[in-house]
Design a protein around this ligand. Sequence first.
Ligand code: NAI
Length: 335
Amino acid sequence: MTPTGRKVTLIEGDGIGPEVMEATVRVLQALGAPLEFEKAGAGLEALSRHGTNLPQSTVESVLRNGVALKGPTGTPIGEGPVSANVALRKALDLYASLRPVKSVPGVKTRYEGVDLVVVRENTEDLYAGLEHLVVPGVVESLKIITERASLRIARFAFDYARKNRRRKVSAVHKANIMKLSDGLFLDCCRRVAREHPDLAYEEVIVDNMCMQLVRAPERYDVLLMENLYGDIISDLCAGLVGGLGLVPGGNIGDGTAMFEAVHGTAPDIAGKGLANPTALLMSAVMMLRWLGMAEKAERMERAILSVYAEGKVRTRDLGGGAGTREFTDAIIAAL
Ligand code: NAI
């Protein structure tokens, strides 16, 4: 950590959050990345300390620094405040969720050669959380889809595809049933696709997409979808390459971004030193790239992948016996 480095807001989060964050900071420091960290709270820990799961000071810290690295945050199910994640994405207008899913050499799964990216709209859909009791026994939940947000995410997906030399964008929908809402989303995707005639474009109904992904995931490249489908499919995709402990994520807006693992707080293994820090480490690699530190990003990614390729040190979720610290030490040694 150099005192003159780029400031990054660090949100440790709950459960295994502090453990995987400690591992990630150790690797970033060993890498000599010119970063300075500013800690901020969110999630259940923040709720018990500050009475809110998303203190205003946290939002201000991310706005000031323009970038955050975040561990998972817990959310009470069926009651309590809106999830800190959803609130952060909304408050910072981080409208694009980006989840690269790639086979890791040395990690044996049912599939080989998976290399796809889930681009998920992050600000609306059923995630707007607009629910109310109509009469006892009847609840209404509103799915909001707007032209503005749909065009914006479609542009993001096609721009990403172009910049990252991807070939195909697949829009995922259920417009056969939700003709107006998903119909509008699809119409926006088509309009943007016409601006990019050099990129292949296809439309796949979400249930069929799930089946296709478990049959032949290597056929897919950039998957573009609304918020709820994106939430479900990104976890399905994580399963294709070895699970939630491996897959990174970025929430990106115009000039502000927050990078986080896809997994949750893993209450079953929290505090035991068993968590696999790879997802947050790979999220930090994405962050370094977004900050323009490509050389550091490559070096860190190579070190992580080489530990997997060698196959000697593995965490328990991938059938090994190493704890978080031992695994992190191996990566630092590989740097
Ligand atoms: P989870 O991801 O916490 O756990 C699912 C399973 O995966 C568990 O068996 C867990 O041990 C394992 N796992 C997850 N991450 C792992 C890692 N890094 N290393 C090794 N094993 C790992 O999902 P769950 O149980 O549905 O959610 C628990 C809490 O996390 C909930 O409060 C939920 O709201 C929150 N959550 C937060 C997210 C975020 O902040 N981005 C995302 C998903 C859930």
